[in-house]
Design a protein around this ligand. Structure first.
Ligand SMILES: [Zn+2]
Length: 103
């Protein structure tokens, strides 16, 4: 998957369109990412042994990876992700705007 944990992404679709956040978890199999501060869902919780407080809790839900684009850490622009094979044979992600290696 092109987006990974700790990437900063820009949301380009859905109710949080235009928000930026850091990826807290990536779920490659589900093609989803959990982004800090994005896609809050209200949940009703009941007080059980583990949850002390009953009521409505808000928490982030993962969103589809196709709804976000990577913010390049080098040029600070939203960008498409490309790949380049490095001298040691590893595939690194590159920014389409500035052509810098992202990781
Ligand atoms: Zn860049």
């Amino acid at each position: 998957m092109k987006i990974r944990k700790n990437d900063t992404v820009l949301v380009i679709a859905g109710k949080d369109k235009g928000k930026k956040g850091k990826v807290r978890f990536a779920y490659p199999k589900r093609e989803r990412v959990l982004v800090e501060g994005v896609n809050f869902i209200k949940r009703h919780a009941r007080a059980t042994g583990q949850v002390r407080q009953a009521g409505i809790i808000e928490r982030e839900e993962p969103i589809q990876v196709s709804d976000v684009v990577l913010m390049c850490s080098k040029c600070n622009r939203p960008t498409r992700v490309g790949y380049r094979t490095l001298a040691d044979g590893k595939r690194a992600r590159i920014c389409h705007s500035c052509k810098e290696v992202i990781d």
